[in-house]
Design a protein around this ligand. Structure first.
Ligand SMILES: [Fe+2]
Length: 406
């Protein structure tokens, strides 16, 4: 067959080619009844092939049309402590005077952060939920476990505790307390002041997988408040694992039901502070400054299979270079003040502010203050690495783009 003949054969009968879409849309009127859609539009992913694009602004846009139905994109956003903390104090005040504690009907006294790009869903990135909780003196959150991995980042100077699998963790500012998938945990505040911490969970991911569940029925839970017996005093897992590179041989390193989450469940803010400030004279990373990861001390891997936690220090005047990742990242400012540019937008931050850098967007951090700035972050880079989807690029001031993952 000649090429000309083949072309003729492929060509639709006169008049039909122009009407093909229209005719197929007519079929769709019937097909919808059977939960079928006849494809009449090209794929329209919300991300462009961004690695070939080197502009400094964000890439990727929500598509339109049927193929993009219900598509959503996380937006960069900053929640100011000065704006969100009054809500915490208001609910604390209501709770203090209430006959029935909000913990009874709402599980927690907390606010949840909503990413403005996600249509009101209770999530800050594609995979992360963030709640900020306040516990009045005497409050107790009953023991429970759940399929999402979770953590607490403590904002109050001290007070409050979490018990995880029998280990009491007394909370202080900058601490990270983990409750891996399937670990029994309860919280409370036996100090004289309200305490505030940030809960972060991979809940939206579990919800997407339709695998989110909570169990409140711990066998042996004690008292009206239903708390678990404390079998290990504060500092237990730190005594087991707290010296890097030295591990006990007489305990199982498994905790909960997940695939080897970190058995060190309490990372001390004081240790993070000391480590970061002790490293501040090192050169650091051009995209991150002085950065450390919270890792599983047994494997050196991120603390969860889905989320990884980090802390970074930026010296006064330090400006990082642009970086972007396929992972979304949530940041909490622990010390100092500065700004982060995300997808061409600038967000000024100070202590206790929270901001999100969505996946795929270029970002850089600037310490505009007179003192060191310390930022904690939680990212789903761990998940993306585990499924082979983690990529990152850096972009120098001269526009040269470097692949950071090989
Ligand atoms: Fe929980």
């Amino acid at each position: 067959m000649t090429a000309a003949a083949a072309t003729t054969q492929k060509r639709a009968p006169a008049g039909l080619s122009n009407k093909a879409r229209e005719l197929m849309e007519e079929i769709n009127q019937d097909a919808g009844k059977h939960n079928v859609w006849v494809r009449t539009q090209a794929n329209a992913p919300a991300q462009r092939p961004w690695f070939s694009e080197t502009g400094g602004e964000g890439s990727g846009q929500l598509a339109s049309g049927r193929v993009a139905a219900n598509q959503m994109k996380t937006l960069p956003h900053l929640w100011r402590w000065s704006e969100f903390s009054p809500y915490l104090h208001r609910i604390s005040e209501i709770a203090r005077k209430a006959e029935i504690s909000p913990i009874e009907f709402a599980d927690r006294q907390s606010i949840l952060l909503l990413n403005p790009g996600l249509n009101g869903r209770l999530q800050v990135t594609n995979t992360i939920r963030c709640a900020i909780s306040i516990y009045n003196p005497g409050d107790v959150a009953p023991v429970h476990l759940h399929s999402p991995n979770a953590s607490r980042t403590i904002l109050s100077d001290q007070g409050g505790y979490t018990v995880v699998e029998g280990e009491r963790c007394d909370a202080a500012r900058g601490d990270l307390i983990l409750t891996p998938n399937g670990t029994w945990h309860d919280h409370g505040n036996d100090s004289n002041e309200p305490v505030i911490w940030i809960d972060m969970l991979d809940w939206p991911l579990m919800e997407f997988l339709d695998a989110a569940w909570v169990d409140h029925d711990m066998p042996g839970a004690q008292g009206n408040a239903r708390v678990q017996p404390t079998t290990h005093r504060d500092g237990y897992s730190r005594r087991l694992y707290g010296k890097g590179g030295i591990m006990p041989t007489f305990v199982s390193h498994q905790i909960g039901v997940g695939r080897s989450p970190a058995p060190l469940i309490h990372y001390r803010g004081a240790d993070v502070h000391e480590t970061l400030h002790g490293l501040r004279k090192e050169k650091g990373d051009p995209y991150e400054g002085i950065k450390v990861d919270f890792v599983n001390p047994v494997t050196g891997e991120p603390v969860f299979k889905t989320l990884n936690y980090s802390a970074q220090l930026l010296r006064p005047g330090e400006e990082t270079e642009l970086k972007r990742e396929t992972a979304g990242t949530f940041h909490v400012v622990i010390e100092g003040s500065g700004a982060t540019e995300v997808g061409g937008k600038r967000f000024e931050w100070t202590q206790n502010d929270i901001f999100v850098v969505p996946n795929f967007l270029w970002r850089r951090h600037i310490n505009t203050g007179k003192n060191d700035a310390v930022i904690y972050s939680v990212s789903d880079a761990a998940l993306m690495r585990n499924i082979g989807q983690y990529y990152a690029q850096g972009r120098a001031k001269n526009g040269k783009v470097t692949e950071l993952v090989h």
